[in-house]
Design a protein around this ligand. Structure first.
Ligand code: NDP
Length: 246
């Protein structure tokens, strides 16, 4: 039986590449989309045309009850989740001087609370079955901090604290928990940055002098999800073109 991989935010730039990679490797791929997403049917259709039969469920990952209901439905309709990729995330950038509570809360809830909300309903099952993979998509800016991102840097750094603590608790049951910290990857989230800022401020900080590709991150996700990666847990793997080494 194919393993079930649940990718949150699979209709976004990185998530789509992860869904495609895992499906190509034979996983049964399920994704979530946010309540505000009006393009989910179109996305599923375009993926079907490419030969990918994904299932998608509406879920607000920032909301505990929504996440529980969504995962319950997935487990009933598709089966137990073997691999969870906590990928959904948002930015609401502003200097700390301008940072207000709603923009702090939204980023913490969507990037960090979501990890609890989605992991909670799948982790016990992984432990009981004696196999599981939890992969948290953090960011280089959680490792090094970033101007205008007190909210995002805090949430992304928090994800790795969660990874390390949970990795200890479930290690003996062949459940691994890891963080991936991508640098700047050429997705909508990054292409929303003005080209001039990309050219003059961001790309010059990257020794490889380019943005990363979603497929490069997807390849790392696939490795962490594999049986080969069984001895790798509690790690924070940077994939950033040499921009930051910790
Ligand atoms: P996108 O903006 O393309 O995708 C983000 C995804 O998150 C979307 O699919 C969106 O769903 C989903 N999402 C947002 N809010 C919610 C919510 N409340 N409930 C459910 N889903 C939600 O971003 P990327 O693909 O670039 O980013 C993916 C992850 O990688 C994020 O966690 C991001 O922080 C991280 N990252 C990205 C980097 C980059 O350079 N791009 C660098 C480092 C980290 P929907 O489309 O349905 O609204």
């Amino acid at each position: 039986m194919a393993r079930v991989a649940l990718v949150t935010g699979g209709m976004g730039g990185l998530g789509e590449a992860v869904c495609i990679k895992l499906a190509a490797l034979g996983y049964r791929v399920v994704t979530t989309y946010s309540p505000g997403n009006t393009k989910s049917e179109a996305w599923l259709h375009s993926m079907k045309n490419l030969g990918f039969d994904f299932r998608a469920y509406e879920c607000d990952v920032a909301d505990y009850d929504s996440a529980q209901a969504c995962v319950k439905k997935i487990q009933e309709e598709i089966g137990p989740v073997d691999v969870l990729i906590n990928n959904a995330g948002i930015t609401r950038d502003m200097t700390f001087k301008k940072m207000d509570k709603p923009n702090w809360d939204a980023v913490m809830a969507t990037n960090l609370d979501s990890v609890f909300n989605m992991t909670k309903p799948v982790c016990d099952g992984m432990v009981e079955r004696g196999w599981g993979r939890i992969i948290n998509i953090s960011s280089v800016n959680g490792q090094k901090g970033a101007f205008g991102q007190t909210n995002y840097s805090a949430a992304k750094a928090g994800m790795h604290g969660f990874t390390k603590a949970l990795a200890l608790e479930v290690a003996r049951k062949q459940v691994t928990v890891n963080t991936i910290s991508p640098g700047y990857i050429g997705t909508k989230m990054v292409m929303a940055i003005a080209q001039e800022v990309l050219d003059t401020k961001i790309i010059p900080q990257i020794p490889m002098a380019r943005l990363g590709k979603p497929e490069e991150v997807a390849g790392l996700v696939a490795y962490l999800a594999s049986d080969e990666a069984a001895f790798l847990t509690g790690a924070n793997i940077a994939i950033n073109g040499g921009q930051h080494m910790s």
